[in-house]
Every structure is written in structure tokens, then in C-alpha cells.
Design a protein around this ligand. Structure first.
Ligand code: FRU
Length: 405
């Protein structure tokens, strides 16, 4: 699998769709796989929700609960769930936006007979993220090779009117993909994934902070802000209709630079931890949500010092602060795949809080109250790990791991 798609919450269930090849572990036959969860940790996989055809793939997109039945696909009593996805022509001649709807709470989907609903005869026009704002639907969608995010509005999800474009700005990269426009009170954050051109290599996600005027996004500035300084957090978006209007984010935990070579079988790829997003000044804050008790993790504070999460003396991840720089070093926890194995982030002269959540094959770091995130796949048996603590570490707490003598 790759990108998370169509994230929505309805009647006690989180639905996760995902870019999926039902026939192999390589990219292809793009269809929407489907899984549901009540806690965002235990997922039940369901049958394919939207299938590719011989000539087209079902690329990334979003899903909404159409509470007012604006589309007419359901009733007000039983609102339709509407998926808005990109139909990609395998001959690469066109990408357009299409609908599929469900009247059984998101279990099965029917492709809309009037597809596509938005076709501007573009080859690189994809990844629609739709939300309900001020009495109408707003679509945020990428003009990938122009490094632009386009905004469209609709009363019914079927007829779309172009409002404005944003970009190019800050990091350009190879293509812009998978946008999401998220409201935090008066401020709005625009997520833009780009590939290649990430923080160090391959895929990465940047964000802009600004205003949504009702017709256009105006960024406060065009400074580069990375959502994640690791290699493995791409194409992430937020759930729609989440409880208490929480902004819950999931990313794809891999990188196009090596995704097709990661040696796992019979599956390939996972999502990041679910993270609640909030805004603190000009920084997006990521906080893991619902993390089960006893899940392997370690937290500490330091101004100069490091810890190791180690399977044995040769296989470990080292994390700490050195010379006012936060670092995550996976050079002894990686294989032959080409990828940078040390991330460094300038943090200045202060004591930093660091929390690391460890799963089999991945580590997700949150520092400075969640303003810094570093997500990496690792090839070390992290679930068998012990922590080794160096000088300069305080407030150490851990669970699900042992402490090295
Ligand atoms: C991002 C992406 C999307 C596209 C999908 C295809 O990873 O390239 O832009 O819709 O993957 O699988």
C-alpha cells in the first residue's frame, strides 16, 4: 500500500482507505483498500472498496459524510458517504476527479454514473481533499507538475467551480501531491506533500500557515516548514467528521525513494501512528493519540546527551542532542537500501523533551512538545530492544522495553 485515502469517522468507526495493489506487493492496479477501527490501533481489513479497471487506476482522494444529502445519493436519515478520488488513465493521458458513494455506512461503494465530475484535461491533477465549509463543499487538489494547489467549490459534490490556486512556494521538488487544508480557529494550515525534494531525500511533506478568505489561501509567509524531519512520513492527511472536530492525521510510513525495495513479505508498507494536530504559534504540533498502555516507548529530556535503542551492541538507533542539534542516527539500524541515516535539526541552546515510540521496524520521535517529528523505518528488531542511557539524560521514563545494565 501507499497513501492513506478517504479517512473519515462515522458511528463509532474510523475508516481508513489506502492506495493498494490487490494483486502484488509492487505499486500497480491502484485500488482503494479498506480497514476499520474503533481505536485507530486495531484495524480490521475489509474487502477492496473501489476497484481499478483495465485502463484506469483509483488514485488518492478523500471521503465525506454528506449529512445534508446534498449529492442526492442517500437520504438525510441515512446520509451517503461520498468518496472523491482521482481516476488515473494508465496511458498517462489524463487525471480527473470522480465520485463513488456508499449508503451502507462506508462498507460498499458504487461509482457515480456521471463520472468524472471534474475534468480539466490535465495529466497531473490529483488527490482531492474535500470538506464542508460555510455551506458549501471545498476541494483542495494538486496540479502536481505545476507546483500548485487548486481550490474548487460545490453545492453538491457534483458541480465544481474553480476558486483560486496557491503556489509555487517554498519547496518545489518534483511534484506536489496530496494537499490538505486544515482549520485551527482563525488560522489555516495547508499541507503539501512533494516528491522528490523531501528534507533529505525522496518524499517529504511541508506546510504553510495562513488565512482562508473563503475563496483563496493566503500564506503568512513562504518559509519552508517540514511536517517531519525523518524519511518515512508522506502523503498524510486528516480524518473528516472526526469526534469533537479533532484533526487526526495519518501518513504513509515509507518513501518513494526506496518503497518498492523494502524487504518485507507478503505485505509492504504501513501507516504512521495516528497523530492529533494542533497549532502553537507558527508550528504545527503532532501528538500521538490513543496510544495503548504498555506500547514500547521512551521519553527523556536533555541539552547534551543521547540514548540508544538497541537489539544488540551492533544494531541500534541513537537519539539525542549534540552541539545544539537534535539527531536521530539509524546508520546501525539500516540495510543496504540507499537512504540518509542521520537526521539533524538545529534546536538552539535549551533542554529538549523527546518522546520516542517504537514499533517493529519503525521509530517515531516527537520533540519540543510535538513541534518536531522524526519518523523512520528501521531494520533492527526494535521489539526486542533495550535502552542504553548516556550522560546528560534526565526525566527518563519508558515502557515496553528493558533498561540496559
Ligand atoms: C502520492 C501519490 C499520489 C497518487 C498516488 C498514486 O504518493 O503519487 O499523488 O494519487 O500516490 O498511488
Amino acid at each position: 500500500m501507499n497513501d492513506p485515502n478517504g479517512l473519515f469517522y462515522y458511528k463509532g468507526k474510523y475508516h481508513l482507505f489506502f492506495q493498494h495493489n490487490p494483486r502484488a506487493i509492487d505499486w500497480g492496479n491502484m485500488s482503494w483498500g479498506h480497514a476499520v477501527s474503533t481505536d485507530l490501533y486495531n484495524w480490521q481489513e475489509l474487502p477492496i472498496a473501489i476497484n481499478c479497471t483495465e485502463t484506469t487506476g483509483i488514485f488518492s482522494g478523500s471521503a465525506v459524510v454528506d449529512h445534508n444529502n446534498t449529492s442526492g445519493f442517500g437520504t438525510k436519515e441515512n446520509p451517503p458517504i461520498v468518496a472523491i478520488y482521482t481516476e488515473h488513465h494508465n496511458d498517462e493521458s489524463n487525471q480527473s476527479q470522480c465520485l463513488a458513494y456508499s449508503v451502507d455506512e462506508g462498507l460498499t461503494f458504487t461509482k457515480y454514473a456521471g463520472n468524472p465530475v471534474l475534468n480539466i484535461n490535465e495529466k497531473n491533477f490529483r488527490d482531492p481533499k474535500v470538506q464542508w465549509i460555510e455551506g458549501q463543499w471545498l476541494m483542495t487538489v494538486a496540479l502536481a507538475s505545476d507546483f500548485k494547489i487548486s481550490f474548487y467549490s460545490s453545492p453538491n459534490l457534483i458541480e465544481w467551480t474553480h476558486l483560486s490556486d496557491f503556489g509555487p512556494a517554498a519547496e518545489i521538488g518534483g511534484v506536489w501531491e496530496c494537499p490538505d487544508l486544515i482549520q485551527f480557529g482563525e488560522k489555516w494550515v495547508l499541507l503539501v506533500s512533494l516528491n522528490p525534494g523531501g528534507y533529505q531525500i525522496g518524499s517529504g511533506t511541508q506546510y504553510f500557515i495562513g488565512q482562508w478568505t473563503g475563496t483563496e489561501f493566503i500564506a503568512d509567509d513562504t518559509t519552508t516548514r517540514w511536517l517531519d524531519y525523518g524519511r518515512d512520513n508522506y502523503a498524510g492527511v486528516t480524518f473528516s467528521n472526526a469526534p469533537d472536530d479533532k484533526k487526526i492525521f495519518l501518513g504513509w510510513m515509507s518513501n518513494w525513494h526506496y518503497a518498492s525495495k523494502v524487504p518485507t513479505n507478503p505485505w509492504r508498507s504501513a501507516m504512521t501512528l495516528p497523530r492529533e494536530l494542533s497549532l502553537r504559534g507558527d508550528r504545527l504540533i503532532q501528538t500521538p493519540i490513543n496510544c495503548p498502555d504498555g506500547f514500547p516507548e521512551v521519553s527523556f529530556t536533555t541539552q547534551e546527551g543521547s540514548i540508544k535503542i538497541s537489539e544488540n551492541e551492533n544494531r541500534y538507533v541513537e537519539i539525542g542532542v549534540h552541539n545544539k542539534t537534535l539527531f536521530v542516527d539509524t546508520s546501525n539500524a539500516w540495510n543496504e537500501l540507499e537512504a540518509p541515516t542521520r537526521q539533524e535539526i538545529a534546536v538552539g541552546d535549551r533542554t529538549l523533551d523527546i518522546r520516542v515510540i517504537i514499533d517493529r521496524g519503525s521509530i517515531e520521535l516527537f520533540a519540543d512538545g510535538g513541534a518536531i517529528s522524526v519518523t523512520n523505518l528501521v531494520f533492527v528488531d526494535t521489539h526486542l530492544s533495550a535502552i542504553e542511557v548516556g550522560e546528560g539524560i534526565s526525566a527518563l521514563a519508558y515502557s515496553g522495553l528493558s533498561l540496559h545494565a
